[in-house]
Design a protein around this ligand. Structure first.
Ligand code: SAH
Length: 363
């Protein structure tokens, strides 16, 4: 596996104070702004179509808008609030962007390509850092800095779409980057709604997965707001003692409440749930733990996504051995649990969530 980091010279430049509104934010007020200038309301849709569907990178690209309007738009709105600080490509086609936000914070997002087939999945971040404190995860090492705005979430999608040739489209979204998406639902949901616009990215909600550490009340909120998304719940342990050690927020939520909320979401959505289980060598990968997980899930229409741990430098956790991983999978399969192992795409660059941000702090 090789990768080539590309540094964007703009990233380090001093940022000028920026008063322009972010046009990628659905609450930017674009429609009202156009109205004040006597422009027809449909122009807001046309501009969004240029940005989301036709991959315009500047207002100047929007060649069917009156020239004067394009420069007025440019004066009051900006399209990009981020710069690409690092762009990595792995030889399996995976590309990872480290984006510098307007306030200098950094987030990661990834484009994953299927070897065969048209699947083009993007993995996006929902927060700068993370407050959940999962002990093995790089994203939470320094806690949470802030929520991403809706516009910053949309911008990740568009930046990644721009990496595709013109005849390819993004097909799936996974909210599995940095942060806890259900802790930032108010900004995430409008961004995911934008992604579904048939004249924009046109990604149906069935192809959007939200991965959560398991916050019962927020799962209920999501179910009430929109149960159409695919929900993935990060378990990592099938008993409260171990789960609280690995996923500290479990002390407050407890496993039983997480499972009950997941069940309610399943009842409302009718969609199969996914449970994620990061295998940490010698910690949660024993035969007994696999049996306990099978008992916990017993009877549920669920898929278990087993993720071999990606080592994070400076952390004591190890990947499971092949034998331990196979045993774990065998026990689950023998108990009739649907299980899949997450393939390691772009293993070198896709290392652990939040890792690139830390490694690249020097750029
Ligand atoms: N906050 C959300 C999204 C996190 S990232 C959640 O907890 O689900 C998606 C998955 O990657 C989570 O299951 C997370 O626990 C896992 N993960 C984090 N660090 C990892 C690492 N170093 N190796 C493998 N998986 C990791």
């Amino acid at each position: 596996m090789t990768f080539e980091p590309t540094l964007d010279p703009v990233a380090g430049a001093a940022a000028a104070p920026e008063a322009r509104r972010h046009v990628l934010d659905p609450a930017s007020g674009l429609a009202a702004w156009l109205g004040q200038r006597g422009q027809p309301a449909w122009r807001a849709g046309a501009i969004r179509r240029w940005l989301h569907g036709r991959r315009a990178q500047s207002f100047a690209d929007m060649t069917d808008l009156p020239r004067g309007l394009r420069s007025e738009l440019d004066a009051d709105f900006r399209i990009w609030t981020t710069t690409v600080a690092v762009h990595q490509r792995a030889d399996d086609g995976t590309e990872k962007l480290l984006l510098a936000l307007a306030d200098g914070q950094r987030i990661e997002c990834v484009l994953l390509r299927e070897e065969d087939g048209d699947r083009r999945t993007v993995c996006i971040s929902s927060q700068v850092g993370c407050a959940m404190g999962c002990v093995f995860c790089a994203s939470g090492i320094d806690g949470v800095v802030r929520n991403l705005t809706t516009g910053e979430i949309v911008e990740q999608l568009l930046r990644l779409a721009l990496l595709l040739p013109g005849d390819e489209r993004l097909s799936h979204i996974v909210v599995m980057g940095m942060g806890e998406p259900l802790a930032n639902l108010d900004r995430l949901l409008p961004a995911l709604a934008e992604a579904q616009d048939p004249e924009g990215l046109g990604i149906s909600q069935r192809r959007i997965t939200i991965s959560t550490v398991g916050l019962p009340q927020a799962i209920d909120r999501l179910g009430a707001a929109n149960p159409g998304y695919h929900l993935a719940v990060s378990l990592h342990a099938a008993d409260d003692d171990l789960r609280t050690r690995l996923v500290p927020v479990n002390k407050a939520t407890g496993l039983a409440d997480v499972m009950a909320a997941a069940d309610r979401y399943w009842e409302t959505s009718g969609r199969r749930l996914t449970f994620e289980y990061v295998l940490l060598g010698g910690v949660n990968d024993s035969r007994e733990q696999a049996e306990r997980l099978a008992r916990l899930l017993g009877g549920r229409a669920a898929l278990v996504n087993v993720i071999p741990y990606n080592a994070v430098s400076g952390m004591p956790w190890k990947e499971p051995t092949t034998a331990a991983r196979e045993q774990f999978l065998d026990v689950l399969r023998a108990a009739g649990v649907n299980v899949q192992v997450r393939r390691r795409k772009g293993a070198r660059i896709d290392a652990a969530c939040g890792q690139l941000r830390r490694l690249a702090a020097k750029f």
